[in-house]
Design a protein around this ligand. Structure first.
Ligand code: CMP
Length: 150
């Protein structure tokens, strides 16, 4: 299986509740390497752009309000099969339906407050990582062809 990168956001609900440490511990215990991290607050414009595929859905306005309500921790995670494996570790979108032991089951509350975001496929990971960290950050370390590691 190929080494991949994926993007996660630890969302405002988890930040507010003081769960950054617990969630990053779960991420590392499950074999993901954190290769980039940035703690920041979305503006309404940037949240709209990040979640543009959901524009027009009934929950979009609430999702934007929630996303800008406090800081998020964005991280680029690397491991074999990172995109699918991280989705498994997160659990279902709705915390009430997330499998026991997953991040959303443990730290999410009720939609849209589901503690974490994870890219849904490899092309989304590339797009989302590029949006926050620049294109270089989206390339797995084993595919980089010069000395700058990350
Ligand atoms: P995320 O994986 O970041 O992708 C889009 C987000 O929209 C999702 O997590 C939730 O926070 C939110 N969301 C998705 N579906 C709903 C819904 N039915 N009601 C409210 N919020 C939702």
């Amino acid at each position: 299986m190929a080494i991949q990168r994926t993007l996660t956001l630890i969302k405002p609900d988890a930040y507010k509740a003081g769960n950054i440490g617990n969630i990053t511990a779960m991420i590392e215990e499950n074999g993901f390497k954190i290769v980039h991290a940035l703690l920041f607050k979305f503006t309404e414009k940037s949240a709209k752009q990040f979640y543009s595929e959901h524009e027009g859905k009934p929950f979009f306005d609430g999702l934007l309000q929630f996303t800008v309500s406090d800081k998020v921790l964005a991280m680029v995670l690397e491991k074999e099969n990172a995109v699918a494996d991280f989705r498994k570790l997160m659990g279902a979108t709705d915390p009430a339906k997330a499998e026991p032991g997953t991040i959303r089951a443990k730290y999410g509350t009720a939609l849209p407050k589901n503690a974490v975001h994870g890219s849904d496929k490899e092309s989304s990971a590339k797009k989302e990582i590029t949006y926050i960290f620049g294109e270089f950050a989206s390339i797995p370390s084993n595919e980089k062809n010069h000395a700058k590691e990350y």
